[in-house]
Ligand binder design. Structure first.
Ligand SMILES: Nc1ncnc2c1ncn2[C@@H]1O[C@H](COP(=O)(O)OP(=O)(O)OP(=O)(O)O)[C@@H](O)[C@H]1O
Length: 257
């Protein structure tokens, strides 16, 4: 389903967090949003999730206006927010219970997502028995189990160490390929954005606007070795320069390019 933001703005009192944001994600696309701290990335995602209403503009999914949270949009945040008292499988089943699926349907879906996320062995474990990366897998599996049209990710790997983070990036690309879900992911990590995204959206600061929409011209099938290719390094440098430039403008100094 096509996700469309048209002239979206959001103020918090006198603070203009977002202004005139127009953006389209085609069905199945993977978009990453980067920008300096405070550029409105999380606000943008919260608006698409339906948790924060825009002050101006509209968000539509397949033409239908987004007016609040809905099962067609799954959200995962940095902290993961899994339920500590539920086992892994019961965490994954949570949304399915709300959707009213039968016990057999729930089991089939939970089994599939346990396998897809490599968590079968941890089916009966509690979150406190898992590593940070495994907990994030549970959070992603729980969101995906509802088979949302759009997966919204807000810095989902921000709290992980470098090695776990790279494992999770590969995992997320595999899941995305297997499910065909549209992904909108916020990250402050440009390398991560270029590795994962088909497009990288750069937000300027104060107000948050779409400063650039960079096409990532890398193969659809990527593994970590792509990070050493010339095209990857070129795109990463381009996006890093854009982030810096639009942050400097906000800080009132002359941009370098
Ligand atoms: N509920 C709120 N009340 C007041 N101001 C807010 C609120 N939410 C966000 N803001 C302000 O809006 C701006 C954008 O915040 P947002 O969290 O969306 O930025 P961000 O790009 O996600 O930042 P970070 O990378 O640091 O998480 C900031 O100046 C922030 O202080």
């Amino acid at each position: 389903m096509k996700l469309t933001l048209t002239d979206v703005g959001r103020t918090f009192g006198p603070k203009v967090a977002l202004e005139g944001v127009s953006l389209t994600a085609d069905a199945g696309q993977f978009l990453c949003v980067v920008g300096a701290s405070g550029s409105g990335k999380s606000t943008l995602l919260s608006i698409v999730a339906g948790l924060v209403p825009p002050t101006t503009g509209t968000v539509t999914l397949a033409g239908a206006p987004v007016t609040g949270p809905g099962p067609e949009r799954g959200l995962v945040c940095q902290s993961g927010a899994v339920y500590p008292w539920r086992t892994v499988e019961r965490n994954i089943a949570f949304g399915l219970e709300l959707l009213g699926l039968s016990r057999a349907e729930r089991k089939a879906r939970v089994d599939w997502y346990l396998a897809e996320t490599g968590l079968e062995l941890f089916r009966h474990a509690l979150p406190k028995q898992l590593s940070g990366g495994q907990r994030q897998r549970v959070a992603i599996a729980r969101a995906l189990a509802c088979e949302p049209e759009v997966l919204l990710l807000d810095e989902p790997f921000g709290a992980l160490d470098v090695q776990t983070k790279e494992d999770m990036q590969v995992f997320l690309r595999d899941v995305w390929r297997d499910t065909g879900t549209t992904v909108l992911m916020v990250t402050h990590d440009v390398e991560e954005a270029v590795f994962l995204g088909q497009r990288v959206i750069v937000l300027s600061s104060d107000p948050g606007r779409v400063a650039a929409d960079v096409l990532v011209d890398l193969p659809a099938d990527r593994d970590l070795t792509v990070k050493r290719t010339t095209e990857f390094l070129r795109t990463r440098a381009e996006v890093e320069d854009l982030v810096r430039t639009y942050h400097r403008r906000h800080a009132g100094t002359t941009p370098s390019r």
